[in-house]
Design a protein around this ligand. Structure first.
Ligand code: AGP
Length: 612
């Protein structure tokens, strides 16, 4: 995923931009570049290499007080110096950095070529630099020129523009790709992710889609892309305070962010539970969802919408809502929901689930729901993100920044938040105070139980190494264990590139058992619940066909039933999925480590998919 950094103020812009780019390196990139204005001239440095190569190339440049930088993940054109951002117009007056994809780039490039403009790169972005330069004439401000050009652009963008005519201004715009302003004391920062600016300021303004901002050292003005909104939005966007600390973006003693974040789960979970468990009424308090008891009672169905792991967390939520509140609940990938012209039921509570809060499919699902009058709340980790703002109400996950592409602690906090939502919905219905208190106590015990699982890491790593040569793996679960199995398979595929398939235990015998043999290990998720004997018999069926079994369980299993057993502490059965999921994260992590994968930057790079 590409990264953007911009600075304007009194500091030397080059180290600020380079440091910002360094903190975005975790998102993956293949080239980097920066541009500053020095003595009214653009100085552009680019490399098809690392940020350190860019630093070396820039060397001891003279001090500039305005600059922009970019890390690029190639989409249009190879990763070369020429294709790296920033891009400039032919006269070297305008420089632009851009995230996203311009869909009508070919048309725009052809139109420029016909006008005799020589294009220096194969990118979609360069066309914008030439078009903005043509519009930004003496009587047109840079902001107006950017707005005019963007009206001809189809696609997604988060972008920042520099103009040597006005070395005291950055113009930024957003449509489908995040842009955040950092507000300092007589200085301003721009980034595609708060990671790049949190060491300088905690006060941030998130741009919405269709907004353009003119940013100066001591003020900023946000306007909408079309003229009509110009007066309306003005400079009235109020900054929000970022929770994260600069250290949250550092590895500390860990070798990668995924392992760091796996180990942060007990603490992240404590944050998610803090102040939300109510012993007096044996329920949960979720102030952010803004619904009183009567409104909660009128909900007849709960539907979770998210993508990838957020969708699987939603599935865990749906099981919990049905169990505790006894109202129908299910989960659907937001990426399907948005395209199928869904029937929106006014009595259904829709929950949009997203770590980043920027996943386009989920955002589009929320917008579709709002258009159709659906009741939607967010379950989002990044405060101020697009989905959080679009939903307006919801539950913040408080997982802290999740840097690794593979979602771990955010998923745990999603599931914990849904357990609290289910408890709340249950307690305004028929869930007794005693059962409610059992859940309150169970939730409170989870962080300590998770610590016990993490302490067993070496045992899990040893199992991972034993099975790392497998080319395929099954992940089997039923009911509570089914979303856990799906998430386990997803983690393994995503970071180790081992083919993994999740299957419902009882469905195995309807076909896929044919695939079981000595080289197809199965990870079987076995909660200690009333389906235990069914799960034991599933393991026996797999063993009968010579398939190796790794059982992940909170139960006592018959001796030598499985080839390897990962035991988790026994808690409240409804909450078992939260605990069962953790060993599967570690299993995936250690298989990927054994296979020598780049764990924080796997080749899918599906962190937050903000472009189509
Ligand atoms: C999780 O490990 C994946 N990287 C991916 O499935 C992710 O959960 C999905 O893209 C949704 O992201 P979000 O939670 O930021 O919306």
């Amino acid at each position: 995923m590409c990264g953007i950094v911009g600075y304007i103020g009194r500091r030397d812009a080059i180290p600020v931009v380079l440091e910002g780019l360094r903190s975005l390196e975790y998102r993956g990139y293949d080239s980097a570049g920066l541009a500053v204005i020095y003595r009214n001239k653009l100085q552009v440095t680019k490399t098809a290499g690392r940020v350190q190569d860019l630093r070396d190339r820039v060397g001891d440049r003279a001090r500039a007080t305005i600059g922009i930088g970019h890390t690029r993940w190639a989409t249009h054109g190879e990763p070369t110096d020429a294709n790296a951002h920033p891009h400039t117009d032919s006269t070297g007056r305008i420089a632009i950095v851009h995230n996203g994809i311009i869909e009508n780039a070919e048309q725009l490039r052809d139109a420029l070529t016909q006008r005799g403009v020589a294009l220096a790169s194969d990118t979609d972005t360069e066309a914008l630099a030439h078009m903005i330069a043509a519009e930004a004439t003496d009587d047109t401000s840079l902001e107006d020129a950017v707005r005019r050009v963007l009206r001809h652009v189809e696609g997604t963008y988060g972008l920042v523009v520099l103009d040597t005519r006005n070395p005291a201004e950055l113009v930024v715009a957003r449509n489908g790709s995040p842009i955040v302003l950092g507000i300092g004391a007589s200085e301003m920062f721009v980034a595609s992710d708060v990671a790049a600016l949190v060491r300088y300021t905690k006060q941030v303004v998130y741009l919405d889609d269709g907004e353009v901002a003119a940013v100066h050292a001591s003020d900023y003005r946000v306007v909408s892309l079309d003229d009509s909104g110009r007066r309306a939005s003005g400079g009235d966007k109020v900054p929000t305070t970022v929770e994260a600390e600069a250290d949250d973006y550092e590895l500390g003693p860990y070798e990668d962010f995924m392992r760091k974040e796996i180990h942060e789960q007990p603490e992240a979970l404590r944050r998610a539970l803090r102040g939300r468990l109510d012993d007096r009424f044996s329920t949960a308090r979720l102030g952010g969802i803004n619904l009183d008891a009567r409104q909660l009672r009128s909900i007849r169905q709960v539907k979770f919408l998210g993508c990838g792991s957020a969708y699987y967390a939603g599935q865990m939520g749906a099981v919990l809502v049905e169990e505790l509140a006894r109202i129908p609940s299910d989960a659907e990938p937001a990426s399907e929901f948005r395209y199928r012209n869904p029937v929106v039921d006014p009595d259904t509570l829709y929950v949009a689930v997203s770590q980043s809060g920027e996943t386009l499919d989920t955002l589009m699902a929320v917008q579709e729901l709002r258009r159709k009058g659906g009741q939607v709340i967010g379950a989002v980790n990044v405060v101020g993100s697009a989905i959080g703002r679009e939903c307006g109400t919801g539950v913040f996950l408080h997982a802290g920044p999740e840097i690794a592409v593979a979602s771990t602690k955010a998923l745990t906090n999603m599931a914990a938040s849904f357990a609290m939502l289910a408890l709340l919905l249950g307690r305004v219905r028929d869930l007794s105070a005693a059962s409610g208190q059992r859940m309150v106590t169970g939730l409170r015990a989870l962080p300590g139980q998770m610590e016990a699982i993490l302490a067993d890491e070496e045992h899990i790593a040893e199992i991972a190494r034993r099975f790392a040569a497998a080319e395929h793996m099954f992940f089997i679960g039923r009911v509570r264990g089914w979303p856990v199995a799906r998430e386990g398979a997803q983690k393994l595929k995503e970071i180790s590139y081992v083919h993994a398939e999740a299957y419902q235990a009882a469905e195995l015998k309807h076909g896929p058992l044919a695939l079981i043999n000595a080289s197809m290990p199965s990870v079987v998720v076995v909660p200690d619940d009333d389906l235990l004997s069914k799960n034991v018999s599933t393991i026996e069926q797999i063993k009968a066909r010579g398939g190796p079994v790794i059982a992940v369980t909170s139960a006592e299993l018959p001796p030598s039933l499985a080839d390897a057993v990962i035991r988790i502490p026994r808690g409240e059965p409804e909450l078992d999925p939260l605990l069962l999921n953790v060993p599967l994260q570690m299993l995936a992590y250690h298989i990927a480590a054994k296979l020598g994968r780049d764990i924080d930057k796997p080749r899918n790079l599906a962190k937050s998919v903000t472009v189509e």
